[in-house]
Design a protein around this ligand. Structure first.
Ligand SMILES: Nc1ncnc2c1ncn2[C@@H]1O[C@H](COP(=O)(O)OP(=O)(O)O)[C@@H](O)[C@H]1O
Ligand SMILES: Cc1ncc(COP(=O)(O)O)c(C=O)c1O
Ligand SMILES: [Mg+2]
Length: 282
């Protein structure tokens, strides 16, 4: 399996491609990593150095890959944080080129917009670009609850609200939706839910809530979910596999008290998670 992953990159630590690429490789996937920014470290530190690339820089690399004659062997495109609408447009052009070469390729869009508590943390215009262009072009999306609410226009308080919001977003294009970090009225305070929706069915998975706050977990989650979905074609199965690996990774990170997720040290969790959780049809 070959995945074109177009995301931010950091030299130190693990967010964006620096969080998503290795787990996919550890699962045996060839990853073609195109970076939308190259920063010293993630922005959660409050200070960082580096550059934001632009649309043409992305298109140039995709053109070079196309010149190798390999786009027809691309099985999926993964995108995350988009620095500008111009980069977003370049990503959607890449998706169109890949689909032209391989109509079966899947586009998984992690619609990075913001988070509960932090609010919107992307540049003006990006939330609208995600809602109006990127999400409708995607086969799979992986919003957190804040992003689900924005994309659907529904304030999700209950599981029924969340299911309605997923269905509303599916009506705009993506067949498969994975909601991360979901907390509804039904969720116990010491737990965290994920909800997957596909083909009119819904699955929920609940894990303990760990006492840590890290960056990059969402990027790894989207990568793992894409790979497991592409292999199994089952959103429920992909949910179970991705969630178990992320939980294992974050449990190890919490135990170590690390500021960066332990992508390398906890890599066994990507292939053989130490704990699995029931996937419940809801
Ligand atoms: N404190 C936590 N305890 C347990 N799991 C967590 C925690 N934070 C994140 N996760 C897991 O990581 C997944 C992705 O993280 P999330 O914070 O939703 O991503 P994003 O960075 O995109 O908002 C969540 O669905 C959850 O499974
Ligand atoms: C450059 C960059 N990309 C991606 C992310 C995504 O992090 P998260 O998964 O926590 O949303 C961050 C967060 O700090 C970042 O700084
Ligand atoms: Mg995210």
């Amino acid at each position: 399996m070959n995945v074109l992953s177009i995301q931010s990159h950091v030299a130190y630590g693990h967010v964006g491609n620096a969080s998503a690429v290795f787990p996919m490789q550890r699962l045996g996937v060839e990853v073609w990593a195109v970076h939308t920014v190259q920063f010293s470290n993630h922005t959660g530190y409050g200070a960082w150095r580096g550059r934001v690339f632009d649309g043409p820089a992305i298109e140039e690399l995709v053109e070079g890959i196309a010149e190798r004659g390999v786009l027809s062997s691309c099985d999926g495109v993964l995108s995350g944080y988009m620095g500008s609408a111009d980069i977003g447009t370049a990503i959607l052009r890449a998706v169109a080129r890949v689909r032209e070469a391989n109509p079966a390729a899947l586009y998984c869009c992690d619609p990075v917009i913001g988070d509960i508590g932090r609010g919107v943390f992307v540049r003006p215009g990006i939330p609208e670009f995600m809602r109006d262009h990127a999400v409708p072009a995607a086969d799979i999306i992986t919003p957190n609850q804040f992003e689900l609410d924005y994309l659907s226009g529904i304030e999700t308080r209950t599981l029924a609200d969340a299911k309605a919001a997923v269905a509303a977003v599916q009506a705009s294009g993506p067949k498969v939706v994975l909601v991360t970090s979901l907390h509804t009225e039904e969720t116990p305070d010491d737990s965290i839910d994920m909800l997957a929706g596909a083909g009119g069915q819904f699955w929920r998975l609940r894990t303990p809530r760990l006492s840590l706050s890290v960056n990059g977990a969402g990027d790894a989650t989207a990568a793992l979910f894409l790979v497991h979905y592409a292999r199994s074609r089952s959103a429920g199965e992909a949910l179970g596999a991705a969630a178990a690996s992320i939980y294992g990774l974050l449990r190890r990170t919490a135990e170590a008290g690390a500021r960066e997720i332990l992508t390398v040290a906890a890599q066994e969790e990507f292939v053989a998670p130490s704990r699995t959780f029931p996937v419940e049809a809801v």
